[in-house]
Each structure stands twice: as C-alpha cells, then as structure tokens.
Design a protein around this ligand. Structure first.
Ligand code: UDP
Length: 393
C-alpha cells in the first residue's frame, strides 16, 4: 500500500521516506504473537508478559535510535501496525507529530485481543492521531477525538493491478511455471476453471480449509484450486509462514490422485517485488473465481485487488471484507468462515455461471473505483496532515 501511495505524495512535492524495522532478538516472533492476539487468536500460546515487554522495548529503543538520525522536530511520522507502535513515545519526544495506523482488527474482541490492546496501549496512546481501517476496530481506552477511519487502498497503475492483456497474462504465467516453487502433479490445463486464493501462508487465511473444500465439496473435474503465496523465506517478519506451508503441503500429499491433480500450491519468488506483484496480477486475472477464506481479516487487500480485475469473490463474512463485498452484489459472503460446504457451493455455483460471475465482477470493480483507490485516500491524508499542522500552529 505504501509502495502505491508514496510516489503520489513525492510527486506532489512532499519529502516523504519509508523506513522498515529490522529483526532483533526474537522481535518478529513476539510481533507475530501480538498480530495473532489482536485477531483474538492465541497464536504460539505464549503470553504478552513482562518478558515480552522487555523484548519489545529493547527492540523499540534500538529502532528509535536509528530513526532519530533520519527525522527532525516538526516532521510527521506515520507508524504502521503493532511492530513500530513502540516508537511513538520516542518520536513524540523528538518533536514529531505522530500518526499510528492500525490495519488489524477483530469483529468481536475477546480477552486475548483485549490483553493485546492493554499491552500496546501505553505506546500507542500518546500518538497525535490514530487511523483504523474500520470504526469497529477502535480500541477501548483510546481517545475517539484522535481517531480517523480510513480503509486501505490499491493503486490501479502498480504492477499488481495494472491492466494486462491475455498475451501478457500468458507470458507471466509461463514465468510463474518456470520460477515459482510449485507443488502440483501437472500444470493447470489451459481450459480449466480456476479458483484462486492469494495470501501469506498464515493459519488465519485457512489454506488447509480450502484443501478440505476442494476434497469434499468441489467435484467438477475441470475445476482447479490455486493457493498462491510468497516463498516463506522471503517474508522476514512472518516466522510462522514456513510451518503453515509445510502443513498445507503435507495435507496436499495426502489428497487422493484426482484431488491432488486439481490443486496447485504456488510459492512466488520475493527477490524482485515488482515481478512478484506482476505474477499475482496475472494469476488473479487467469482465475474464474477468487476466494478469501480468512478466519479473521483486518481489510483483505487481495479482495480489492480481485474486484478491481472484475473477478467474482467468495469470501468469509469477517472484518474489512464485509465493507468490500456486498453479498449477492459485488461477490458472495459466507456467514460462517468455517462452513466448508457453504464455500463449496458458492464457488461451484459461480464457476458454473459465467454470466452471474461477470455481473458480480463488474459491480465489484465499480465499488473499488468508488471506495478503494489510492488517489481518494490521499485526499483524506491531506486533511489529516492539515489538522495535525493546524494543531501545532
Ligand atoms: N501478496 C503478494 N505476493 C504474494 C502473496 C501476497 O504481493 O506472493 C500481497 C497481496 O497481493 C496483498 C497483500 O500481499 O496485496 C496481502 O494483504 P492482505 O490485506 O490481503 O492480507 P495481510 O497479508 O495484510 O494479512
């Protein structure tokens, strides 16, 4: 998302930079735990206790030190998500206006999620503004007057979303066959109907559930399922990815021949992000139906990306997906994310009805054009900036 937004800001003369945290002593294990907890999920089963706080504060102090060399009093800093939330106090002290942007949220916060809020609250609270993806995500204990609601956006001109003609799609898919790590018995046949989910290898995206849906509820011999994700060693801040991928791969090996033939686990190279994005773009465009079977989802950029490509989406009725997909109009929502049969029948019905699929896809594209393009969000960011600068005279 930042890759899309920053060039616009720089083009408008704003001197904006983007910095990324580096790993230190178990920091990403801890922040993955925080990420899971914020979704109400126990994650690795460990607590956010004093030892966790020590790891978090040590890493935050190190990063603040590095950041201080890059910033000056009067600058504005946007800190995205829980990982850099620990930098808020130091950046305030350094005289910056601080915006904390939270993409993560949960529909019905449980004790696990609330404990994660309490863990982060002392860091987040002093920020000048908080930006959440949905109003419902605002935490207890945060000042509503400082809260802004802005869903994430996509950029229609980026390699991920730019228009590609059929020839270009075919050429990129040939590169995928050659360069990606693919678990399959044979490539997707040219005339197959394709159902695709694009996601990090994460339990909350439920890739294993999708294998069960194919095995139990999708009998059409021409229907193929593609699970597309990044090569796990390419995602440094997601230490659970490799383990989740291994579980999906071992379940894939247990499928009977017919279901294995129709299932493809595709891990895309991450060394060149523009090429990775082009591969995602082509795979989404090759698909007849895009599925997002998340058990929890802050927003679900993959949903907006698919809709922008006029693809019908079948997705769980969770989190920010509910804002994007109006069931029956811009896609189909499944009320219970664990209802495999409902997913199966929604996918099969769309794969068998290209006319309805096209109508939902076209309405989806309109909805993204109206609500989730980068240029509109920039206007809101300008308002936010103006309000911070006004407050500082
Ligand atoms: N993505 C990607 N390459 C991949 C797999 C995923 O660029 O190999 C992108 C995907 O297109 C989307 C983002 O990663 O833009 C995932 O965002 P989303 O909101 O769907 O889920 P998150 O990963 O933030 O939980």
């Amino acid at each position: 998302m930042l890759r899309a937004l920053l060039p616009y800001a720089r083009g408008a003369g704003v001197d904006v930079r983007w910095a990324v945290l580096t790993e230190s002593d178990g920091f990403f294990d801890l922040t993955k735990r925080i990420h899971n907890h914020l979704h109400g999920d126990a994650g690795d089963g460990k607590e956010l206790d004093e030892a966790a706080r020590e790891v978090y504060e040590r890493a935050s102090a190190r990063s603040s030190q590095a950041l201080r060399d890059l910033v000056a009093p009067g600058d504005v800093i946007y800190l995205h998500d829980p990982q850099p939330a620990g930098l808020v106090p130091a950046m305030k002290e350094a005289g910056l206006a601080v915006v904390w942007r939270c993409h993560i949220g949960v529909d019905h916060p449980n004790d696990v999620a609330r404990a994660a809020w309490r863990f982060l609250l002392p860091y987040v609270e002093p920020a000048d503004a908080y930006v959440f993806s949905r109003r419902a995500y605002l935490w207890d204990g945060l000042d509503e007057a400082k809260a802004w609601v802005m869903p994430p956006v996509i950029d229609p001109f980026s390699p991920k979303n730019e228009d590609l003609d059929d020839e270009r799609v075919a050429a990129i898919l040939a590169e995928v066959e050659e360069e990606a790590t693919i678990l399959e018995t044979e490539p997707v046949p040219a005339d197959a109907k394709v159902v695709t989910q694009v996601s990090r290898w994460d339990r909350l995206k439920d890739p294993e559930g999708l294998l069960e849906i194919l095995a139990e509820h999708l009998e059409d011999p021409d229907l193929h399922l593609c699970l597309v994700g990044p090569e796990t060693e390419g995602v440094h801040d997601d230490p659970e990815g490799a383990q989740v991928y291994e579980r999906v791969a071992s379940r894939w090996r247990e499928l009977d021949d017919e279901h294995r033939r129709r299932t493809h686990l595709i891990s895309l190279p991450m060394d060149d992000l523009a090429r990775n994005a082009a591969m995602v773009n082509a795979l989404q465009r090759r698909s007849d139906v895009i599925v997002q079977k998340s058990l929890a989802e802050g927003f679900g950029l993959t949903v907006a990306e698919a809709m922008w490509k006029s693809k019908p989406v079948v997705a769980s009725r969770v989190g920010g997906i509910q804002d994007q997909v109006k069931s029956g109009k811009t896609g189909v929502l499944v009320d219970d994310p664990r209802d495999l049969a409902a997913f199966g029948s929604a996918i099969a019905a769309l794969a068998d009805d290209p006319e309805r699929a096209a109508a939902l896809g076209a309405a989806g594209r309109d909805h993204v054009r109206e609500s989730y393009l980068a240029i509109d969000r920039l206007r809101e960011y300008v308002e936010l900036l103006e309000s911070l600068l006004r407050d500082r005279g």
